[in-house]
Design a protein around this ligand. Sequence first.
Ligand code: AMP
Ligand code: TRP
Length: 331
Amino acid sequence: MTQNIKKRIFSGVQPSGNLHIGNFLGAIKQWVDLQDEYDSVFSVVDYHAITVKYDPNVLKKKIIEIAKIYIAGGINSERVIIFQQSDVRAHTELCWILNAVSARISDLNKMTQFKDKAGLGNVNVGVGLYDYPVLMAADILLYNTDIVPVGDDQLQHVELARDLAKRFNHDYEKIFKIPEAKIIKQGARIMGLDNPEKKMSKSAKSDLSRIGLLDKPRLAMKKIMKATTDIGAEIKFCPKEKPGISNLLTIYSLLGNIEIKKLEKKYTNKMYGEFKKDLAEIVAEFLNNFQKKYNKTDDKQITEILTAGAKKAEPIAEETLLKVKRAIGLK
Ligand code: AMP
Ligand code: TRP
């Protein structure tokens, strides 16, 4: 009889900034949908968060906040592993090894997120920001990951993880599984509410650009009402011609569980104002439910979940690391 071994997914979010509905719809909602089908490992990737300027006291709180958001979002902590990246030392160890034996400057020079974050010609950023994708590769490869569910901005990083794994396997020994990115068809790139040409981000200057998962529902409703729409009154999904309304349709469809086609029908000959009012209600209801669960979980419980998660993650990561150390001649 063949044993039914589940494939593994691994993903993570940085404990920085304020998580928004883009993070939820692009990443966490996918994890929730996949958690039963896959053996799931989700990390709070704190070592990634320290690659840009941050406040240590805020970071401490954010680590707990992110884990709480995973749970309020629907991750089942009894069945999946949730852990803090820095609790498992193998991540930075494998990162160093990959830096030395597999990653090339030419790989990292291609990374668009680094270029965006560092700015052109800026040499005053930390080396960690440059090396960030190699740490991410280590995260993924330590767990024999099959699938990495992320928003589409992370695709290039997952591709690097694949390249490093293949190079290592070729140069030393076939140890790493080659992971695949899983990008959802709808919601992989939620755009800013004030500027639908730019993705919704934690770091955009205007708070009106995003709906935070912990925003007061009333404030979120106001943000929806203020969201930029497009020329022409038609409520139609067409990201090129109507980026604003298409983005709002995507959010409505995902949070309200209604197909975009049905929404287009429902709002034929209706005004933007009416559509936005309904969407504002949907968003407020989502936030209310989410925040109720968020507020129910206490910090102590979260610390226990993270400690238990690290205990489960560590042996998996250590086993891979030991194989790697043997293959490269350290053991
Ligand atoms: P980060 O905020 O960079 O830690 O991202 C956490 C996860 O959210 C990653 O999987 C991202 O790809 C995803 N993500 C971030 N912003 C968006 C967005 N605007 N739309 C969809 N997914 C996003
Ligand atoms: N770089 C990812 C982001 O900003 C976070 C991350 C770190 C990650 N390590 C990972 C995502 C491993 C998936 C798998 O969103």
